[in-house]
Design a protein around this ligand. Sequence first.
Ligand code: HEM
Length: 548
Amino acid sequence: MASSIYNTLQHNLTDLTSLIQHTSTKLLEDVRSINIQDLSALEILKYAALGWLGYNAAYLVLYVPLRFVYRAYIHPLSKVPGPKFTLISVHFTRMYFALSGKQGYYPFEVEKWHKKYGPIVRTSPDIVHINDIEVYNQIFKVATKYPKSGTLYQHPSTRHSLLDITDFHEAHLRRNALQPYFSKQAVRKLESLIQSKVSKLLNRFPEMEVIDLSRAFRCLACDVITTYSYEQCFEALEHPTFRPDWLQAFEAMMQSTVVFDLFPAPFKFFGWLFENFLSREQVRKISSNMAAILDFQDTCRQAAFRQKARWDAGDTEMVTIFKQLFQDDPKKGRPAATKAELGADALLTVSAGMDTTGHTLTLATFYLVKNPDIQKRLLDELKTVMKNPTDEVTNDALEHLPYLQACLKESLRFSHGVPGPLPRDVPTNGANILGYYLPPGTITSNSHYIYHTNPAIFPDPLKFNPDRWLAQDTREQEKYWMPFSRGARICIGMNLAWAELELTLARLIRRYDISFADGFREENLRWRALFVPVTDGQLTVTMKERED
Ligand code: HEM
């Protein structure tokens, strides 16, 4: 039925198009009959302005309302419920969110829409949002038919990287080349590297009065991933206040997604212009943030390029996650990564590995300080494997501590990884979902935030409650818990992240008695979804060494 309406409409649209073509050809002929040499410059300007106004008036008065009617009542998705104003245009909806101060609060808004309209909501002319775990699992499975949607994964900073690849085969080959370095076995070999960075972090605290933990944790994750990725530790943990320039640049890069969302084309154009035609000093004069972002990108890319140059010169003894990308793999049919791809992945792994891990550690510490009884239970458990406050401990030992594991799971439930919308394209032959036919060209979106706070699965969902993970049967909760996503595009750094989370949280809580700093407010950690969760402020604390 839906497809027959669609076909009829396509025919009508074809007729309409030829009518418009015919009328505009006629108009053009009339305009050509005017002898332009007879007109003064002022008259030419007047005609141009009138033409422009006429075009916009026709667009607003005729085309936009007609298109709205089509989208709302005739389009194949017209039966899918949802707020009608989002059908005016994608740009209009984005502007609405920006002007009403809701930009980045999209997951919260969509959550309300699901309550009103049900498990499937049309959130744009061609986009539906889903809140149904069986459908999520169908979209996010290993042999999925739903590729990443190219229309929404295209921030210039991740162009050419693994994150942006939409083609299944290409993504599979790129992931295959990186994955061996992130297996559980490979990560176990990194334990001494992680331990050394955690020691460095913990040893810095006594010299500091107030500690910005949000940034300190990001510095830790950054030093681990840069050392592992390209043997060049960024030494972020050396910075006196854990605020190196490039971290501020990274924060600016995340904020820039707000502008990118609203004005993608000018954003890309200026990015390209700044990068290719202006000296860094000129860019710095225009925007110090933009210059710092470009500096950070260059540092990551150059580090990988230096290793590639060594590799090409025959010096293959190095620690890097890019080794397989340096060369082609004829058996699998994978060519060596281009310079653009290598540079993009060099930036991606640092960005992806630093912010998510830092955010999760921040939330874990926040909830433990806020809930002293939970912290006390964790501390008692940690004492069983760490006799003294400054003792080191292995991942193997920590893996067997149920309360620590429960605290980490609960922290990841709050941190969401990527909260949403996680857009995926409907397969080329369409899909039937929750009783609706979705034609090809439709984009599905899902929100980890909405699954992680489903009150039917996680009662009192905004309460930090590690005990929920210690229940007899947690299968249903596990089903709704996906901070690393699932399936073919699951987080590649999951094992590394888990190892860092365990070692850092265990050693921090065992060694320090932590309090919120004066002036810290819970609202600092209120977040917006700018691809990853970005908080309004930082977690600031003071610390005292424990005596026993
Ligand atoms: C607590 C820490 C982490 C969380 C919660 C997390 C979460 C996620 C999620 C949800 C995705 C899927 C994004 C999407 O489909 O759009 C993802 C992808 C990815 N993550 Fe992580 N991540 C974490 C740490 C790391 C680390 C340490 C690395 C280190 C390299 C990493 C590298 C990546 C990469 C490369 C991708 C893209 C994979 C692809 O597109 O195929 N992540 N991560």
